[in-house]
Ligand binder design. Structure first.
Ligand code: 3EB
Length: 329
């Protein structure tokens, strides 16, 4: 297969079901939003996330590679890859860990970290984490804090240092299963932090015994152009939650997204000035009843053409009502 040195290893777009071909040799991933998690070892490039759409349309996310994809399922991990990128996922039943999120998260991370390294893609570029009852208390911690502990332990053992942490999302669902999926590459991305926020990996202890292991964004300079993978971004300034109402939280998020695009520097800010120009946005809304107001405020701020889906999800702090992730890919 002839390789074009100037093509981009993957592009990510929302694509309506009717416009998705049945077969596509270059399909790296197809991610749908629904009521329950669904992952089939026989179709490892397809995932359904237990994130119910709150507004229509909520088309799936299609990840297309620039060369043919190989896919497989090995020891509980589904994956697809080209010469340049690796997509992978793991879905576990918490009952296998006596519903101990700390243990489940450690196991999942240990497996994924070993897997992507063994496949020859040693650098995590972006990772997504979904599990139910994110705020429920268990052994004195809420389950998000327990998740952070287990994740931290697995990363520490590898070890994966602060400067290597990828951009991430961690959202609470209402369906069973801890589902983690990722994008990894052969060479590292560049970690981007937000000057308006304390790095999550330096949050003070009051947010949990182990700080959350993620960076605010990953800048990935592919040869033809750079990508920007922005983490779930909330109404946090410094390390504190700001505002108690959803729309003011949304305004603060938009400022945080703008700050991240600026921080990414040339290569990104030459091409896009505003979060509305990202390739896709996922808007996680805590209370379904807030959706219409959030949507109209976001469209007023970013333009109605901004490619966004609105999904029901719990944000990792109880006082956060909305969170947005974005990709320029
Ligand atoms: C925050 O900024 C909001 O633990 O992987 C956002 C993105 C959040 C990722 C994670 C958590 C995570 O602290 C919460």
């Amino acid at each position: 297969m002839a390789q074009n040195p100037h093509s981009i290893p993957l592009t990510i777009r929302f694509q309506h079901e009717a416009e998705i071909p049945q077969q596509d040799a270059r399909r790296l991933a197809l991610i749908r939003f629904g009521q329950a998690n669904h992952a089939d070892p026989a179709r490892p490039m397809e995932l359904t996330l237990a994130l119910p759409p709150l507004a229509t349309p909520a088309p799936p996310e299609l990840w297309l590679a620039d060369e043919p994809v190989a896919a497989g399922f090995e020891d509980g991990i589904g994956y697809s890859l080209t010469g340049k990128v690796l997509f992978g996922w793991i879905l576990v039943d918490e009952a296998d860990f006596d519903h101990d999120m700390n243990q489940a998260a450690e196991y999942v991370y240990e497996r994924l970290l070993a897997f992507h390294r063994a496949k020859g893609f040693p650098h995590l570029l972006r990772i997504w984490n979904y599990f139910p009852d994110i705020h429920r208390e268990s052994d004195g911690l809420d389950r998000y804090q327990a998740f952070c502990q287990g994740r931290h332990r697995a990363l520490e053992r590898v070890p994966l240092t602060e400067g290597e942490l990828p951009a991430a999302t961690a959202i609470g669902t209402t369906a069973p299963g801890l589902l983690v999926y990722f994008l990894a590459g052969r060479e590292p991305g560049i970690q981007i932090e937000n000057p308006r926020q304390v790095s999550a990996f330096h949050y003070p202890r009051r947010y949990g015994p182990k700080s959350p292991s993620f960076s605010r964004a990953t800048l990935k300079p592919w040869s033809a152009q750079s990508h920007l993978y922005i983490s779930g971004t909330a109404s946090i300034v410094g390390h504190e939650t700001l505002h108690t109402d959803v729309l003011t939280q949304l305004d603060e998020i938009i400022e945080n997204l703008r700050a991240l695009i600026r921080s990414a520097g040339n290569g990104i800010s030459d091409r896009i000035k505003d979060p509305g120009e990202l390739s896709m946005l996922k808007v996680y809304v805590r209370h379904a009843g807030d959706t219409a107001a959030v949507k109209s405020r976001l469209e007023a701020a970013l333009g109605s053409q901004a490619p966004a889906v609105y999904l029901r999800g719990d944000i990792c702090r109880d006082d956060l009502l909305v969170e947005i992730e974005g990709l320029y890919a």
